[in-house]
Ligand binder design. Structure first.
Ligand SMILES: Nc1ncnc2c1ncn2[C@@H]1O[C@H](COP(=O)(O)OP(=O)(O)OP(=O)(O)O)[C@@H](O)[C@H]1O
Length: 489
């Protein structure tokens, strides 16, 4: 037996409208140890391909409904990693070339005189797919070992591992992805990771913040315009969809686009065509669309401000990014990542973050998420005088020295301020206020003696110090000179 026929068993899809041939192929490939799904309908095949993973697919070229070539196009668009073999009853150089040009791995001529030829073709395709899978696994393991799974996405918390898993799982397909999450959670970073991990990586990645432009400008920016389309349009201009051809477009703040632009966008997603502003001629484009928003799109749909059909088109896959406060365990990793980045950029010798500073960072809510953390570390690296970032290098909002408005509990009776907050946020602020007031009063009563204050509080000394350090930056982790500690500012 040929070496190639001994390749690992593969998951094979066979699509042919001739039942006898289909059963014969199923029997042959099962004998060779493969897992085989035989279907006599090309429409049923598109559904299975959208939901399941296959290593190899064999399509008859001539079928009612979708032809084998159309099926091949659909697969290469949605599942480019599947190796496709075309089967044809009348092999001409043209059909063979068309199939290979459209991305088929091989083609076979019916009737099959030697079934071993068929088995060998499937085994070779399976081998190729296995190499492809192994390569992807190695790349991903390498990235994980370097601490940057998926192009710069730092984080090992359960939610971030799930984000990374999703990025790895959907990067290779051509489906639209909706990335959701608060501002600064890394939505654009995820979009870039999806692009760099996709077969489109050698083509452009184009990003646009849709919320920043007026309606006319937005449409012209996206789709281009022809001369005279509007005042100031002095010549034909290509849009970003043109610029991204073959690659990926990332539409940030998609929840902010006006309804008229939503109609145009839906057309691109449905037909793969754009119309330049001021022109009725459609232009074909091949662009993968990734969109992001910090808004609640289903709510906008209910309010009639976002088209339901567009929402479903965009939301084929959703990657939600959790706020940083829900993945506190990522904060130390991110902090060190940014320390390294900014120390290098700014030519400073800062190497690490002191435990007390980390503790303050882990206790802070980070309303601006990773972006705010990154900015805080950049500032800290600039200010840092030693080789590690200390609490004094951090912004006051983080150390709690000058609590910004949002971190202060509103005065009792100020109902409007209370009601502007969620229950959880209001509770947390009230707790912080209580905690700060309590330890301040206790320290005053005990003349700054931490051990005495801890005893009075009925707390273990180190636990009490942990609470205390949230509100003042001059308490060393294990100082013995409690009596000398200054009263709280
Ligand atoms: N997991 C992460 N690892 C490393 N850096 C990150 C991570 N998440 C975010 N960042 C960094 O934080 C900053 C903000 O991220 P990004 O611009 O992707 O957020 P965003 O969610 O798109 O924000 P916005 O909604 O405001 O546009 C960037 O500099 C990005 O590199």
């Amino acid at each position: 037996m040929n070496e190639a026929t001994e390749a690992r068993p593969a998951r094979v899809l066979v699509v042919d409208d001739e039942p006898t041939l289909l059963r014969a192929m199923e029997a042959l490939l099962r004998r060779k140890g493969h897992e085989v799904i035989g279907l006599d309908s090309s429409i049923a095949a598109t559904q299975r391909l959208a939901q399941e993973d296959f290593d190899v697919a064999l399509f008859d070229i001539k079928m009612p409904q979708l032809s084998g070539l159309e099926l091949l196009n659909a697969v290469k668009h949605r599942r480019p990693e599947v190796e496709v073999i075309m089967m044809t009853g009348h092999a001409t150089v043209e059909t063979a070339l068309a199939a290979v040009r459209a991305g088929a791995y091989d083609y076979l001529t019916k009737p099959f005189e030697d079934v071993e030829v068929v088995a060998r073709a499937v085994a070779k395709a399976a081998e190729r797919k296995m190499l492809f899978d192994r390569n992807r696994q190695l790349e991903s393991a390498l990235r994980e070992r370097e601490g940057t799974p998926s192009e710069g996405l730092v984080g090992t918390s359960a939610p971030m591992r799930e984000v990374t898993r999703m990025v790895e799982a959907v990067a290779y397909s051509a489906t639209t992805v909706l990335i959701t999450g608060e501002s600064g959670t890394g939505k654009e970073l995820v979009a870039r990771a999806l692009h760099t991990r996709s077969p489109r990586r050698s083509h452009p990645f184009v990003a646009l913040n849709c919320g920043a432009l007026t309606e006319t400008l937005l449409e012209s920016e996206l789709f281009g315009h022809v001369k005279g389309a509007f005042t100031g349009a002095q010549r034909d201009q290509r849009g970003l969809f043109d610029a991204a051809d073959g690659g990926t477009i990332f539409l940030d703040e998609i929840g902010d686009i006006p309804l008229s632009t939503q109609v145009r966008l839906l057309r691109v997603l449905q037909e793969g065509e754009i119309k330049r502003v001021g022109s009725a001629d459609p232009v074909r484009v091949d662009v993968r669309v990734l969109a992001a928003t910090h808004r609640d799109l289903p709510k906008l749909v209910k309010a009639g401000r976002f088209r339901e059909d567009l929402f479903y088109r965009l939301n084929v896959i959703n990657i939600p990014l959790p706020p940083l406060r829900e993945r506190v365990e990522d904060i130390p990793l991110l902090a060190h990542h940014f320390v390294r980045r900014y120390a290098e950029r700014l030519g400073k010798k800062v190497r690490t973050v002191a435990p007390e500073a980390l503790e303050l960072m882990c206790g802070y809510r980070w309303p601006g998420n990773v972006r705010e953390l990154e900015n805080a570390i950049e500032r800290a690296v600039v200010l840092c005088r030693g080789d590690s970032v200390v609490p004094g290098d951090l912004p006051p909002a983080v150390t709690g020295r000058t609590a910004p408005l949002v971190r202060e509990a509103p005065a009792s009776g100020d109902e409007a301020a209370w009601l502007a907050l969620s229950y959880a946020a209001a509770k947390e602020q009230a707790l912080r206020r209580f905690e700060k007031g309590y330890v301040e009063a206790l320290m005053r009563a005990c003349d700054g003696n931490i051990s005495a204050a801890a005893r009075k509080a009925g707390m273990d000394r180190s636990n009490f110090k942990r609470v205390l350090r949230k509100y003042r930056t001059d308490v060393e982790p294990d100082t013995e000179e409690d009596g000398s500690s200054r009263a709280l500012a």
